[in-house]
Design a protein around this ligand. Structure first.
Ligand code: SAM
Length: 228
């Protein structure tokens, strides 16, 4: 269970009504049962349920994070697709997700959607027992995206080089930025702008992948490499 830091006092977590419902009625846990408590910011404890509270028994130092930060710059996709990537990218260890407003993006971000996305990230982090919930940035334009770093990788069907072949040149002590385009693809001028800023175009193979598949396939390759 992921809790807010302010819920923890004197080695004890005060559960919200929603958390009590989740533990007792969804997970069917009972008083005395043990569970993992995470603060989403790098700390985890073994806890024991005691009614409306959980007593923290001992900290747990198991490492779940990749040693390299992977930042996914994800074009705003159709809502269900975007949410699927949030979930699976969290499982794969992504550190931060930056929604990108592209010329062919169909989704308009809003406060409600942003809150829903935060919940999806938190639930995925809980499910995959990650110590950190990935950060979700405010949406950026393509120009703002390239100003984040002078060197990133943009998935493009026209790229001559495979992402796989770029792995050995990646500096794993620095964050790795990966950009995935929308369902309709990057426009020629977006691609030109990103390449002019110094980013490298990478291919994910000869087939056209759905944007969701492209995001997950590229993250799988890089996270697997960073995990070694
Ligand atoms: N017709 C669109 C085009 O020509 O760009 C297809 C876009 S594809 C469905 C969505 C995004 O996934 C692309 O913008 C790209 O970032 C990524 N993508 C899909 N297949 C890819 C591949 N084989 N290599 C590199 N990127 C790919």
């Amino acid at each position: 269970l992921i809790v807010q830091g302010r819920q923890i006092l004197d080695q004890c977590v005060t559960l919200t009504a929603e958390q009590q419902h989740y533990l007792y009625h969804v997970l069917r846990l009972k008083v005395g049962d043990e569970l993992w408590i995470l603060d989403g910011q790098g700390q985890r404890w073994l806890g024991q349920i005691q009614g409306k509270t959980v007593k923290l028994l001992r900290p747990d130092c198991r490492e779940t994070e990749l040693s390299t930060e992977i930042i996914l710059c994800l074009a705003l996709l159709k809502a269900a697709n975007f949410e699927q990537v949030l979930q699976q990218a969290t499982e794969l260890g992504v550190k931060r997700i930056v929604p990108i407003q592209t010329a062919r993006s169909l989704l308009q971000p809003s406060i409600n959607k942003y809150q829903r996305w935060q919940r999806i990230l938190q639930e995925a982090a809980e499910q995959s027992e990650r110590l950190y919930v990935p950060a979700l940035s405010d949406p950026l334009s393509v120009a703002e995206m390239v100003s984040l770093t002078p060197k990133g990788y943009i998935a493009s069907l026209a790229a001559p080089e495979l992402l796989w072949d770029c792995l050995p040149q990646m500096n794993l002590s620095e964050p790795i930025y990966l950009a995935i385009g929308p369902e309709g693809g990057w426009t020629a001028s977006e691609l030109e702008q990103v390449l002019a800023a110094g980013w490298q175009a990478v291919s994910l193979g000869r087939r056209t992948l759905r944007a969701v598949t492209a995001a997950i396939a590229s993250l799988s390759v890089v996270s697997h490499y960073a995990e070694r």
